[in-house]
Structure formats: C-alpha cells, structure tokens
Design a protein around this ligand. Sequence first.
Ligand code: NAP
Length: 483
Amino acid sequence: MVSRVIPVDAFDLVLFGATGDLARRKILPGLFHRFVVGQMPQEARIIGSARSAMARDAFVALTRESLLEFSPTAREQGEALERFLETINYVQVDASGEEGWQTLAKALRAGTVRAFYLSVSPSLFGPIARNLKEHGIATDQSRIVVEKPFGHDLASARVLNAELLQNFDEQQIFRIDHYLGKETVQNLMALRFANSLWEPLWNATHVDHVQITVAESLGVEGRGEYYDRSGAMRDMVQNHLMQLLCLIAMEPPSKFTSDSVRDEKVKVIEALEPVAQSDIVRGQYRARDGNGSYRDHAGDPNSTTESFIAIKVNIGNWRWAGTPFYLRTGKKLRARTSEIAIVFRDPPHMIFPKMEGRRGNAMILRLQPDEGITLRNTIKEPGPGGFRLAEVTMDMTFADALTQDAAPQDAYERLIMDVIRGDQTLFMRGDEVEAAWAWTDPLIEGWQDAGLKPAPYDPGGSGPEDSLMLLHREGRRWREIEE
Ligand code: NAP
C-alpha cells in the first residue's frame, strides 16, 4: 500500500505550556515527525510560550533535547532536526496577566492559519481565550485546542465551554481526546461504514456484548495528588472510554462530516441508561513488594478515590437493547493494554461436539501496544482423529498491512494536522462533553451518597474480584489483560 502525505498549508502554531511535560513528550515530537514526512511545511512557524523568561536559543535547545529524548527518529534525522528547529520561536507570556501579548501578536503573520494549543491547566483556558481576543490575536482563521481534563463535572464543563465560546465559535474550538487520533479507532469507522460485511451484524441480535478495556501497568506515582481529585471515572471513563463506546454504538452518519459524526455520538450518550451501583465495581491497588499502595501515592491514608473501575452500561435504543457494554480501566494492572472486543452471539444450533474453552466469534480492536484488528473464528482442528473444533484469529495488524511510511502515526500528530486543516471530526463538541458529564455525575454522586468504598486489589492482576463477577454472574468473562 502506498502512503500519500498531503502537506498542509503554512501555519502559525502557538504552543502555550511549551516547556511542560505534554509539550515536550508528545506535541513537539509529533510536529517534528510530521515535518520529517513532509506534511508540516518549512514555512510553518511554532511559537513556544510559557510563563518563564527564556531566550529563543534556550527554547530551541530545550526543544532539541526533548526531541532527542522523546522522538524515536530524531537521532537519525540530524539535518531535518536542524531545519525543524528553524521554525521555532519563543515568546514569554503570563497567561493570566497582561504581559507578553503584544509581543506575541507581532510574532504572528497576517493571513496565515493560527492555531493556539493550550497545553496548560484548564484554569488558564478562559484567561488565554479572553486575552487572545482582547489583544486582536484571535482571527477568523484561528483555532484553539484544549487538553483534558475538560471539567470536573457538568457544572465546571459548562463554565469552560462558556469561557471559550465568549471568544471563539464552536467551529474554532478543538477539544482533544487523543484516543480518537489512534489509527485503530478511525479504522473502526472505516470497517463499519466502508464495508457491507459488518453492519448487518452490528446490533443486539448478533452482538452478545462489548468489552472495552484500558489497562495501565503503572500506578499514580508522581501525580497522585492530582489523580486523587479525579479518579478512574473522571480521568478515563467520562472521556476516553465514552468516546470509544460512542464510535462502536453510533448509527451510521449520513455524511462523513464532523457534525454528522458528532450528532450520532451525542445520541448514543443521551441513550445511555442510568447505572445501578450494583453494576459498578471500584477498586484501589494495595502495596506490594515494597511498592506503595494507591493511598501512599495519593498522600491520603483515607482516600476513597478509585484507581480501577468496571461498569456495565446499557444503551436504551433499538440497536443495542439487550447487549451490555462492559467498560473497565485501572492502574497497576497486569499489562499496559487497550482494546475493544465485540463478542458475537453463539450459533443458534451447534451440530459439532462441545469444544472446551470455546469463546466464540469476536472482533478485537487493539489500540495499544500494537495497533491492529483481529477476528476470532472457529475452524476444524487440522488432521485426522475426529471432528474437533479450534479457534484461530485472522490478523489485520497495521504494521504488516501498510508500508513503513504509512505506519501508524502517534495520535497527537494526526490530530494536530486535523486542527490545521480545520477538521473537527475527531474532536469533542461542547454538547458532547456536557452530555458525557450529565451521565457521569449521578453515578459518582450515587457512590458518594451511599458512602461506598473502593475494594482493594493486588497490583499486577486484573483488578478486584468483583469486577470478574460483573461478567461471571451473567455467564460471560473478561478477556485476559495481557501485552
Ligand atoms: P506541566 O508539565 O505542569 O506544564 C505546564 C506548562 O504551563 C509549563 O510550560 C508552564 O510554564 C506553563 N504555565 C503554567 N502557568 C502558566 C501561566 N500562568 N502562564 C503561562 N504559562 C503557564 O503540565 P503538562 O503535564 O504539560 O500538562 C499540560 C496540560 O495538559 C494540563 O492541563 C494537563 O492536565 C494536560 N494533559 C497532560 C498530559 C501529560 O501527559 N502530561 C496528558 C493529557 C493531558 P512555566 O514553567 O514557565 O510556568
């Protein structure tokens, strides 16, 4: 397969929080990679901005250091690296103050697409949006990109939306969820809507249940205090897992435009049924082998925040009534892996001898570590000696199916190029975020009001025992968490 890289037009990208962790690990390396493959033109400009005073040379040196540390190819791309660094500038701005905005305005070119990437605390979204507008920096050709967390609950998400909307139109606001930039996730849409094979099966008549797992092997060390204010539900379910659920469950949009796709996603969120507390399992990892517990890392010996959550979700519409979606995510689990499993129903009548351990047909969409899609089928076990069944998987691993050039790009780089092109399909619309919080808030209030505490679980496993029971009690089981 031949890859086609279509360069975007020249742009000015202002990266607020340019000295921070996310900018250094993801955003700058992502831009560099797009530069190397020829998508980001030499005429583009990246203006790093932060509160610290720093000369251009110092920021260029910091960028070089970040790329050598976090970009797998920077070392072999010395010449491209130097050319990329020519596109870099730095302007000191205190986002909540008055200093620096005029200098920033002067650093930008007229008539060029402007992207403002807010890789800063959400408390600065409002002040930055306001200052960009008041200082005449935000033009009609501008886009503003905001990072998660987008709110802590419905009320705070509404405030953030209102602050952004006072200064930018919804068409200019790009709320990033990097899960949507993953190749597999976009392929889910291609599989569903570019093939006639799957759509007839994509409903409660044929799908027994869906599992969405986002497992991490690390704990919350280093960011325990921040995490303790959110927990797995707010940090992962309300955004990432919800987005994945929407893409699986949504109706086919009539067009592949950002609003058609997002309209369908909002309908799914609005169709989610309230969840009983008995369908929610929350957990907190214990200490083991000299490694601290969640509570040690959170710095609160009485914390009741969950580092693991599993939820059974029902979608109240014609397509999905009777097909539960099981979501699970957690820290300190056996492996770092993210996947979606669409598990199909058994044939209505089986003519072959019972096969021990048969799991049945499933489509597994793997998001990490290796992106790809596999299909589990039942076949006859090869060879003589009776008619026995075996399960095999058909593999659609992207690294094999595509050329080197087209190998999956990091989600961030794909999404940043979409921002420059003004394509919002893979970004969350304001009403979508609010709908997700409107579903999430009562679940959190439910366990808080009932004083429910998370169950302890051992690190390195698959979470609390009760999470397994969530499926066992209905004759189902989770897929193993493994690399
Ligand atoms: P970080 O390492 O703490 O960096 C924060 C950046 O913001 C620094 O460049 C800092 O510059 C700048 N900043 C702080 N106050 C400022 C002000 N008043 N005016 C101008 N600049 C200011 O944070 P991060 O980890 O990169 O995260 C940035 C945002 O992305 C956060 O909202 C975070 O929740 C979100 N996020 C992060 C990750 C991740 O992997 N790190 C993942 C998803 C989402 P100075 O040092 O000069 O003050």
